[in-house]
Design a binder for this molecule. Structure first.
Ligand SMILES: [Zn+2]
Length: 362
């Protein structure tokens, strides 16, 4: 058995969208109530268990959330469970003490009540209390439905469904004897991926028209009075253009990663320096780096599903500076040098292809 998650955009009607937002609110209120009752217990020197917190919440819920009887109680129950998990992580030293959730943060709630309590039928999902809500695509996996989380980004609603599915259904069958090569993959910002066989995948740039729209929306926003209703409208508009652009990027990453794992019998990739990335203060660079590490993650999980081994080079491996023919390592390599020329053996090759050959396993 293996777990598969799929996030699908919902297409609720107005009434359903209001109910979804109310459920997120109910989950937030329950989480915060659990936090404050746990905290007051700590102050009085009495450790409240999950059972105490639940009991206390159920006694007070009508007072703190007057519409709670019209809501699915799964939302509050799961939120209190999430709080209890947060306390466990805090006690084990993994996280800091949980903080209250506010209205402007991420809005979400967990809708299920255990395995197979939520039904999915073709392009719709039956959420407790809310009923059948349309989905923009079908669930890709079959099996037992576990956690179902509804979330909101800007004005869009999503449902993330966890399915525990039979491996036989999800493993992609790969022919036993095939002559596909091992490939090394060099990733970059201009060319998304260069393979050791010389294939390149361009990074699809958001169209010029989106960049123009982005700039205009940014200007419009800056002229509005903060927190006015026109400011909120302009902010939504800007966010929706950013969303569009991120969809374009994700689409090209999915297409490239699928194409790469289809043609390889083994894959070698580099390890990006993630902690170094977080220190990077230039936003554009940061976003580009984050996108590249997501791209590498896609290659890894898609390869894993096909049973293709992935070798990750050490973070300090100089894949660009090393000669792929003789192994000589240059001390310096300018970013502007697009062609690799080895002073030791005379090997000449495209810079990215040289790096990809170095990353190639075997
Ligand atoms: Zn050389």
């Amino acid at each position: 058995m293996s777990l598969r998650a799929q996030k699908i955009q919902l297409n609720p009607n107005n009434k359903q969208a209001t109910l979804l937002a109310q459920h997120c609110g109910y989950a937030r209120v329950a989480y915060n109530a659990a936090l404050s009752s746990f905290k007051s217990g700590l102050d009085d020197g009495n450790w409240k268990t999950l059972y105490d917190i639940k009991k206390e919440f159920n006694a007070r819920k009508r007072e703190i959330f007057p519409w709670c009887d019209e809501m699915s109680q799964n939302a509050s129950k799961n939120a209190i469970h999430h709080f209890s998990d947060a306390v466990k992580r805090w006690r084990s030293g993994q996280n800091r003490f949980p903080k209250p959730k506010n209205r402007s943060g991420k809005q979400s709630y967990q809708a299920d009540n255990g395995t197979n309590s939520v039904r999915v039928e073709r392009k719709r999902v039956k959420l407790p209390v809310i009923g059948w809500v349309r989905m923009t695509e079908e669930l890709r996996w079959t099996g037992d439905i576990g956690r179902v989380v509804v979330s909101r980004k800007d004005d869009k609603w999503f449902v993330s469904i966890l399915v525990s599915t039979d491996d036989a259904n999800t493993m992609v069958q790969v022919p036993l004897f095939d002559d596909r090569p091992a490939v090394g993959v060099d990733v970059g910002i201009n060319t998304l991926a260069t393979l050791s066989d010389g294939t390149t995948y361009e990074n699809r740039r958001p169209l010029k028209v989106y960049l123009r729209k982005l700039r205009r929306a940014g200007r419009t926003l800056s002229r509005k009075t903060r927190f006015s209703s026109n400011w909120h409208k302009a902010r939504k508009r800007l966010a929706s253009i950013h969303y569009r652009i991120s969809c374009i990027r994700e689409d090209s990453h999915h297409k490239a990663s699928t194409s790469i794992v289809r043609k390889a019998s083994a894959i070698g990739i580099e390890t990006l320096n993630v902690s170094g990335m977080l220190k990077n203060r230039k936003l554009a660079k940061h976003i580009a780096d984050a996108a590249l590490s997501r791209f590498l993650t896609m290659i890894k999980y898609k390869a894993e599903r096909r049973g293709i081994p992935v070798t990750e080079a050490s973070m300090f491996f100089a894949s660009s500076k090393t000669c792929s023919a003789c192994g000589h390592k240059k001390t310096e390599l300018n970013l502007s040098e697009r062609t690799y020329h080895c002073g030791e053996c005379g090997f000449t090759c495209d810079r990215d292809v040289n790096a990809a050959i170095n990353l190639c396993p075997v």
